[in-house]
Write a protein that binds this ligand. Sequence first.
Ligand code: FUB
Length: 353
Amino acid sequence: MISQKRYFVALLIGVLWFNSINTVLSQKVKNPLTTEIFTADANPFIGEDGTLWVIMGRDEDKAVKFTMKEYHLFSTTDMVNFKHHGAIVTKSDLSWMTTYPWAASAIYKDGKYYLYIPDGGTGRMGVLVADEPTGPWTDPVGDVICADCMDPHVFIDDDGQAYLSASIPHQQRKAEPGSLRTPFITKLKNNMIELEDDRHILEPTEYKNHCEASWIHKYKGKYYYSYKGHDDDAQRILYCTSDKPMGPYKYQGVIMEPTLGGNLANHQGIIKYKRKWWMFYHSRPVSNDRFRRNVSLAPLTYGKNGVINLIEEPDYNTAKLKQGRAKFGVDQDKHNHKKKKKGKKAAPKKSGK
Ligand code: FUB
């Protein structure tokens, strides 16, 4: 009798779990994820209870540069409905900040959340710690923990070892031809607030045309290092793969072509959530302006041999955009006109080498 009861409870849990996953797979993502504020540099991470959290930088409503002052937090359990938790960290919380808090990286490990924050493009990077993604976030060091970690990303491997990838600013190291900054990968110590001394600076044979936005993820035992391109690959999201987290890597191709509104600074955040892979990115569907961006989300799929299929920028939620444009005084007709004139460029279906 007892075992029959247990069987039914297990069956019920199984059905509920299957339904929740199917909901995620079948619902349609609403892009951009919010038009309430301008957002950029989405960093998705999974919390202790399985919620997907996303920390984004906020572009100011009247921004004319990347003068971002706040990180905002969003959460979801279905990739369709995102809850906005407001600003969780501001520039004034960071005693060591000399410029603006740019693309940060957050991660959960052993009961704590860590947030790695770059001081603009200077390479200086500090770290905050919290018990919950909503904070309060505190600064355990009170100073930077790295002098040359621009656009950091922290990835934790299956064995618990954490790796940090980032870009060395060009002021500190001359980049390879075609690149603006040099990518590297290093280990974090167990305490998550110190870097190991050894680092693998990627050789020119491992990547090409690198700008910023380092990101590591793992798929079927392979490590993927993705980044935003430079020079001939300006504004593209590119990637390389390796059998080991610290490389050597091999350049593979393009994940995404330049986004709507064109110039400067896409930034990818790649994550697996409820059996499906996703890429957060940003573009300018509301403002059509370089410094006022909106984060969107697209499914990421793999082809033969783990090749990442090219992600085409999806259609946006027009009703939401109209509201957004009215709020920020963007001329709808001017935007549409520009879009029509530009036309739709043909893009290859698979990533090219
Ligand atoms: O958002 C400020 C900077 O622009 C980021 O650090 C870069 O990745 C680019 O998105």
